[in-house]
Design a protein around this ligand. Sequence first.
Ligand code: SF4
Length: 179
Amino acid sequence: MQKILVSACLLGRPVRYDGGSKRLDDTLLDAWKAEGRLVPVCPEVMAGLPTPRPPAEIEAGAGGAAVLDGRARIRDDAGGDVTAAFRAGAEAALAAARDAGCRYALLTDGSPSCGATFIYGGAFDGRRVGGQGVVTALLETQGIRVFAEHQIADLAHALAEDGSAPTEQARPNRTTLRP
Ligand code: SF4
């Protein structure tokens, strides 16, 4: 059975920078949880960062790959350099994925760690830009396919094509995001 690395905040765990969660209500996620497929991780907590913690963003014009390459930093909203902790969190998430044999991940979009299709622009002004967080960038270099929470139906299709899920689980998205 194919295991899925999943952002812990999507499972309702209060690990986000603001002390909240980002629970994803979705029958697919419920089914995968019941099957024991899910491997929850919060890379930032795994790196030893506190909760709550200051918001952080990747420098303007860069994404997770540039952080991994040492070409960009991640800073909190006071200008503090938190790059090392975020990189450590990404390494911890990769180790957890490897330990469990995960080839797929479902991560929280927008995060400088877990973002899969967008991140924030580096100025703490709420502006979204296309790109990946540092965890997503690292996982993908290792061949792990990463899906954002709004792509959960695509993940179900990928699992089905991989022979890792009943085809009836591949269905149109029925996702409700809680604030
Ligand atoms: Fe959620 Fe990832 Fe942020 Fe942790 S690092 S709170 S799992 S988005």
